[in-house]
Design a protein around this ligand. Structure first.
Ligand SMILES: Cc1ncc(COP(=O)(O)O)c(C=O)c1O
Length: 410
């Protein structure tokens, strides 16, 4: 029951229904709990965080330091982003995905999260449906709901490596469908669609005149024979009904700097910029100067991170699959593994019988002092998300602790 207050006999909820319907970010909550336990002296190993464990490269930090001393950056700048950054993002998009856009099609946002929020706020009217492939990143449903949209889920599982087929997407389509949300590489599963699959899905969307919102924030983190393909380039038939979301957070180890962007047709970008001009105005100029150095530079820093992530990915998947009752398909991108733990639910762990992945994650945090995010946060109970963006030693120790605890299942 929402708390109410009385004004002259009228009862009104203290918190608006729209905002009280938003749940706390489960991934940030797990991370915060693990950090609090650590601060209290407990040797917690956290697999919850969605951020690289590397520092931001020095040349990017230097650009920010220099920007601090430039009086131009002490003032408001255009709400849509520094013109030179918008141009650099357009250039980088052509370089990395072959997608040709001009600077007026780029809106610089306060992290990828604001780009997600603004994309749905700009595209959706109440009742418009968005096809979302589950497991999905925990922020999307909230952004869709806030915009009045309706999320229609297409559920995938470990048997297909969490990839959705066109047949599944078509079964979810109705006359209210306006948008397909497409995310490859995926958070939380690490699934990466092949270029052929991307093309097939994009053609289906074009055939039905849908918009595609494509979140490409993990574009540079693919492993083995997996390759990133941008749906915007792969399917020119989509015309201008594509909105690309991206940012510097994952590629350049810049999660704390809060710079992302949205690319779309000019009318969408203009409308989203109007929204941002009232909500937050320009992103911090210092952070934009850092992002400018990042996107105009080369990709050597991400290449080094990718090598470390790939090694950790292989170790993690091997160790997880050695645990009886755990099934983990090989993630092909991003930095997450998404094992099924369905076989372990309801089993006896020294007198406790967790019935859900949420309860099992709590048991693991208390008993093994390991933090992982339960599948409930991503629309698919019965799974865990483990980030492998942490040191090799912690990774082996942490999965080892989980294995020891889960091995007691009776
Ligand atoms: C799929 C996906 N998109 C967007 C973001 C947004 O990142 P940020 O707001 O840190 O730029 C994240 C961060 O976890 C993500 O995983």
């Amino acid at each position: 029951m929402p708390q109410v207050c009385n004004h002259g006999g009228m009862s009104r909820p203290r918190i608006s229904q729209r905002i009280s319907a938003i749940s706390e970010s489960a991934t940030l909550a797990v991370d915060a709990k693990a950090k609090a336990m650590k601060a209290a002296g407990r040797p917690v190993i956290g697999f919850g965080a969605g951020e690289p464990d590397f520092p931001t490269p020095g040349y990017i930090v230097d650009a920010a330091v220099e920007a601090c001393r430039d009086p131009r950056f002490h003032k408001y700048t255009p709400a849509g982003g520094l013109p030179e950054l918008r141009q650099a993002i357009a250039d980088k998009t052509l370089r990395d995905s072959g997608y040709r856009v001009d600077a007026a099609q780029v809106l610089v946002t306060n992290g990828g999260k604001q780009a997600v929020y603004e994309a749905f706020a700009t595209l959706l009217d109440p009742g418009d449906e968005v096809v979302v492939i589950a497991p999905y990143w925990t922020t999307y449903p909230e952004a869709i709901k806030l915009a009045g949209g309706v999320q229609v889920e297409v559920v995938t599982d470990e048997t297909t490596g969490y990839l959705a087929s066109v047949e599944q997407l078509e079964a979810a389509r109705t006359e209210r469908t306006k948008v397909l949300l497409f995310v490859s590489p995926s958070n939380p599963t690490g699934a990466v669609y092949t270029p052929e699959q991307v093309t097939e899905i994009g053609r289906w969307a074009a055939e039905h005149d849908l918009w595609v919102v494509t979140d490409e924030i993990y574009e540079h983190l693919t492993y083995g024979d997996a390759t990133f393909a941008s749906i915007a380039t792969a399917v020119p038939e989509l015309g201008d009904k594509v909105v690309v979301l991206n940012g510097v957070a994952k590629t350049y180890a810049m999660t704390g700097w809060r710079v992302g962007w949205l690319i779309g047709p000019k009318d969408v970008v203009k409308a989203a910029t109007n929204l941002q001009s009232h909500a937050t105005s320009n992103v911090s100029n210092v952070a934009q100067a850092a992002a400018l150095a990042a996107v105009s530079g080369d990709l050597s820093a991400v290449a080094a991170m990718r090598e470390a992530f790939d090694r950790r990915r292989q170790t993690m998947v091997r160790l997880l699959n050695e645990i009886p009752g755990v099934v983990c398909p090989e993630p092909k991108g991003a930095f997450y593994a998404y094992p099924s733990v369905k076989e372990l639910l309801g089993k006896d762990f020294g007198g406790r019988r967790p019935q859900t992945s949420g309860e099992l994650a709590e048991l693991i945090l208390e008993e093994a002092e390991v933090a992982l995010v339960p599948g409930e946060a991503f629309g698919t109970p019965g799974y865990f998300r483990l980030s492998y963006a942490l040191g090799d030693g912690d990774l082996v120790e942490g999965v080892g602790r989980v294995a020891k605890l889960l091995g007691q299942a009776r």
